[in-house]
Design a protein around this ligand. Structure first.
Ligand SMILES: [Zn+2]
Length: 144
């Protein structure tokens, strides 16, 4: 047998890869305030004044530091949405721009049928009862 003449064989499988990594300064501050105080914050670019949520330490456009912390939400509006049929029951996922922010946060939209979701829908953040310093400390959003 010549190992150089073997046709490729594909083996299918699934690999579960648990991971942990630091959230970074901005992400760490965001998650800590969310966990400990139930507050949502963004960081404002010192040049273009855009407020990033989740917070970023550098502006995506200007590439200058974003250092001014700004309280945002807890209300906001749906900019775009989709339905994930991988969840059971299907979950509505929405990009929500919190009041005071210029960017959107992707999260679950509760309490609304997919046929009733529309862009511009006003929503409010719902905090998880038990918070542990993870994005799921924000349970999602509900229509106002
Ligand atoms: Zn900027």
């Amino acid at each position: 047998m010549d190992l150089h003449d073997v046709a490729p064989v594909l083996v299918e499988g699934r690999i579960r890869i648990p991971y942990r990594w630091p959230a970074g300064r901005a992400g760490g501050r965001f998650l800590t305030l969310l966990r400990d105080e139930g507050r949502l914050i963004g960081l404002r670019c010192s040049r273009c004044r855009r407020v990033f949520v989740p917070p970023r330490t550098r502006c995506l456009s200007c590439h200058v530091p974003c250092e001014e912390e700004v309280g945002v939400g807890p209300e906001g509006e749906v900019l775009a949405w989709t339905v994930s049929r991988r969840a059971s029951p299907p979950a509505v996922l929405a990009l929500v721009r919190l009041d005071g922010a210029d960017t959107a946060l992707l999260h679950v939209l509760h309490g609304v049928e997919p046929t009733a979701v529309r862009n511009g829908l006003r929503v409010k953040a719902v905090l998880a009862e038990t918070r542990r310093g993870h994005i799921t400390d924000l349970d999602g959003f509900r229509p106002l």
